[in-house]
Design a protein around this ligand. Structure first.
Ligand SMILES: [Ca+2]
Ligand SMILES: [Ca+2]
Length: 503
């Protein structure tokens, strides 16, 4: 026996043992050590009024709080589009809206031939042996039956709000009395609401997943999307007085370009003036907070199930909101803007490989979720993804990141959010700049102040190089700008410079 013989034999025995253990694990329905599961939780229209982000001091989200305690919260995470469909298409395909050309509520990506061939994060995980389960609002709409097996092994319900009072509680609302534009106290029991039923499905489905690992489960909660209905119990913590209202300035839009109005020119979400005139501002704010509180309780049921099934320590949990929501700030309600209340959303990771109790101030994009999950689970990164892995920030200590977060709303309108600044450029070339450290409410537009020329130049260089035309079939909340005539066209109708701003 050579002097190297014994170690070689020992290595051989050790390797055999490792192989046997892995095979035994697989044979028992267990998993190889690198096969982590994924639980993705999406929240519709969830702005930064959650405990871990602290933007509303009364917000109640005890379950997001406890998830943040065992995970990493991105304090400066932003959507790539401030609207459901383009935001979700971007996140799930890993491409910017300025690349996909999906800017409106239509089309859904599977109806666009050049996008349909690209693998969503679900297809990528499935092609690597994962069982995929999707329930609730994950895509903006449910794929047609023939396409469902392309994305997931099993589908849960997509129940929406789930309850509806006999007639609208707030009626009529401006711009068409849209049925979803409603809020207030209802008498329905918790179990009648869509998010309750969705959480029940998710808890049951997790049991199935537990025996079919590895799994990727996506659960999309509907609230606090409008209509914001909840029963009285969920309103209790929020005082029925003006202390619940966000801080606004009535002259806030005076230093914003007129083009900023075009992004939400004619929408069913009421302006602040109407809410004040109707005495509805406080009711709307409390309803949004109540629905958030209720949704958080349902999210907590799913986290409880994950823990009670013994899956938490081998499952990556990621929570995100698809866009923010104004409740009076900048004199409007709703999304469709390039300001903080519309772009800043929860982004929390927890589980194996993720620092616990960590808070990161570096910018993050929802676009980063796809490559981050792939890397955390040991999967290859698909070609062409435009996000960056967040692993350097999920480790302890975190690595710095210089890249800002970009949000795009319709062709050629972008915001660039760095650690300190928000820069906005509209399609007609007008600009805004805010110092988010000294002016967190974005009250003072510094874009025309020559002292900030360098800051502007630094941020302009991050604007996307590509500004894809809206894809075929684009509709609903689509704005295009014709530079030759300097005309904005809102949902097919030209907006003239002298047109009064709709109220
Ligand atoms: Ca949304
Ligand atoms: Ca202002």
């Amino acid at each position: 026996m050579s002097q190297f013989g014994r170690p070689r034999i020992l290595i051989g025995v050790a390797w055999g043992l490792v192989t046997a253990l892995i095979l035994a694990g697989v044979a028992c329905g267990g998993e190889a050590p690198t096969r982590r599961n994924v639980l993705m939780i999406a929240i519709d229209d969830m702005n930064d009024w959650v405990g871990p982000l602290g933007a509303h001091p009364m917000a109640r989200t005890p379950n997001l709080d406890r998830l943040a305690e065992r995970g990493t919260t991105f304090l400066n995470a932003h959507v790539q589009a401030p609207l459901c469909n383009p935001s979700r298409v971007s996140l799930l395909l890993g491409l910017r809206p300025s690349t996909t050309g999906v800017y409106g509520l239509a089309p859904l990506h599977w109806n666009v031939p050049e996008l349909a061939v690209r693998p969503t994060v679900f297809e990528h995980f499935r092609s690597h042996g994962y069982r995929v389960a999707i329930g609730g609002k994950v895509f903006h709409g449910m794929p047609p039956p023939a396409l469902r097996s392309k994305f997931a092994d099993t589908w849960g319900p997509m129940p929406g709000a789930g309850v509806r009072p006999p007639s609208k509680l707030v009626s009529p609302t401006p711009m068409g009395n849209h049925p979803a534009m409603d809020w207030g106290v209802v008498t329905n029991g918790d179990e009648e609401f869509g998010d309750y039923r969705l959480a029940s499905w998710a808890c049951a489905e997790l049991k199935v997943c537990a025996t079919n690992q590895p799994f990727f489960m996506a659960v999309g909660f509907f609230f606090p999307h409008v209509p914001c209905y909840a029963n009285a119990k969920w309103f209790e913590p929020f005082p029925d007085d003006d202390s619940v209202l966000p801080i606004v300035r009535d002259d806030d839009r005076d230093d914003c370009p007129r083009f900023s109005w075009y992004l939400h020119w004619y929408l069913p979400e009421p302006r602040l003036r109407w809410l004040r005139d109707q005495g509805q501002w406080r009711n709307f704010v409390r309803s949004y907070l109540a629905c958030t509180y209720f949704m958080d309780a349902q999210l907590g049921r799913v986290l409880d199930a994950l823990e009670s099934l013994g899956l938490a320590d081998r499952t990556i949990v990621v929570v995100w909101g698809d866009n923010g929501f104004h409740l009076g700030e900048k004199l409007i309600t709703g999304k469709n803007t390039l300001w903080e209340r519309s772009t800043r959303v929860p982004l929390i990771f927890a589980g194996p490989g993720v620092a616990s109790g960590a808070r990161r101030a570096q910018p993050a994009e929802l676009l980063d979720i796809y490559p981050t999950l792939a890397e955390l689970c040991g999967l290859p990164r698909p070609e062409g993804l435009e996000g960056r892995s967040l692993l350097p920030q999920l480790r302890d200590p975190p690595a710095p990141r210089t890249a800002p977060a970009i949000t795009t709303h319709n062709q050629g309108n972008h915001s660039v959010r760095s650690e300190r600044w928000r820069y906005i450029r509209y399609a007609d070339g007008t600009e805004e700049l805010y110092d988010m450290v000294h002016d967190p409410h974005e009250w003072t537009n510094l874009a025309r102040d020559p002292r900030y020329a360098d800051v502007l130049a630094e941020h302009r260089r991050w604007l996307p190089r590509r500004d894809a035309d809206p894809v075929q079939g684009s509709a609903d909340r689509v704005l295009v700008y014709d530079p030759e005539t300097d005309t904005a066209v809102w949902e097919g109708r030209p907006v003239r410079r002298e047109d009064p701003i709709p109220e």
